[in-house]
Design a protein around this ligand. Structure first.
Ligand SMILES: [Mg+2]
Length: 341
């Protein structure tokens, strides 16, 4: 199998670029695996939070090319085996592992002429209702975003250490959506009992990551005091982390680039269910390719937060439209998306 990795800059659409927290551009990695005249594609959105950059992801992938050259992939079990065996070449980059893993899933499904969902789960995809995220914004920005999100069923509001409820109340007034609030670890000084009650009254479904992962030992106390379920994001990164979640969180957010791709994401979703936890699959700013892989995981989770490609003005892949907050995965082959243009 031949491996080729390139990086590409992606840019968010204007209306979502004006917020304080939004980045003007991200640099993602795109991988192609070719064999038998079939090309499988994968992507990674490197995250600085985990010390990942496009440069190091590309470097690790290129160093794994000799290993990939000797691969023979005929079954899902082969992909699962490769996921483990390639790690010495890719460590510590879960993003690089994700990009390669996705390319192998896409390649094998295309070789079999089916979708990745059929290959992984033995059934076709159903449409996915997804949260769309509103970053920290001033009031006039919020008004613009509320217009953009009219009719969407699920909206996720970012919060910070101020824990200001005004933006959430405004979104409540302007839309009929169910809300969630992502504190990104900034609520160390916030009274969770009081704020969770207020948020519940505003139609909030759950709170995401109120404290930084370093403060996980405070979570049992917060969970007991909270009127709302609390989901982990930064506190639950890999499959091993899932085992620590009961008693700390009500559930967790799975991100493919953080855990190393579709292979571990599906295991995390399954294990979360076994443990009686709520599961969600999330994303970064990423193209429809990585979102399509997230949509496979979403077939197995309670919630999805897969708005990353919808936020882009220059999505390099097509085939997975997001309309009124609903993703409609195609029937394949592979991830069902193709390079644009
Ligand atoms: Mg989050």
């Amino acid at each position: 199998m031949k491996l080729n990795a390139v990086s590409k800059n992606l840019h968010p659409r204007n209306v979502f670029r004006i917020s304080r927290a939004a980045r003007a551009e991200v640099r993602n990695i795109f991988v192609e695996i070719s064999d038998e005249g079939i090309t499988g594609r994968g992507e990674a959105s490197p995250n600085a939070y985990f010390d990942e950059t496009a440069g190091n992801v590309q470097h690790f992938l290129e160093s794994a090319a000799p290993f990939v050259a000797g691969l023979k992939i005929e079954s899902v079990a082969d992909i699962q085996r490769v996921w483990l065996e390639v790690w010495p070449w890719l460590a510590p980059s879960r993003a690089a592992q994700c990009a390669l893993d996705l390319a192998l899933w896409d390649w094998l499904a295309r070789r079999k002429g089916i979708s990745v969902t059929e290959l992984a789960l033995g059934r076709p995809s159903h449409p996915v209702q997804t949260f769309c995220t509103v970053g920290l914004s001033g009031e006039s920005e919020l008004e613009l975003k509320a217009v953009e999100l009219r009719g969407f069923p699920l909206i996720k509001m970012k919060s910070d250490s101020m824990a200001d409820l005004a933006p959430i109340a405004l979104m409540r007034k302007r839309t009929g959506a169910t809300l969630s609030v992502d504190a990104n670890g900034a609520w160390e000084k916030v009274d969770i009992k009081a704020i969770s009650r207020d948020l519940a009254q505003l139609g909030t479904l759950f709170i995401e990551q109120p404290l930084s992962p370093a403060l996980d030992e405070r979570m049992p106390e917060l969970l007991a005091a909270s009127a709302l379920p609390i989901l982990a994001d930064e506190s639950c990164v890999t499959l091993e982390d899932v085992e620590r979640m009961p008693g700390l969180f009500s559930g967790f957010n799975i991100k493919l680039v953080k855990c190393g791709g579709l292979t571990p994401s599906l295991l995390m979703a399954r294990r979360g269910r076994e443990l009686g936890l709520r599961t969600m699959v999330g994303c970064m700013l990423e193209s429809s390719l990585l979102i399509a892989a997230g949509a496979v995981v979403a077939q197995e989770t309670d919630y999805a937060d897969l708005d990353g490609a919808w936020l882009l003005q220059d999505d390099p892949f097509t085939g997975l439209p997001l309309r009124q907050g609903v993703l409609a995965p195609g029937s394949g082959p592979g991830f069902g998306v193709e390079p644009a243009g």
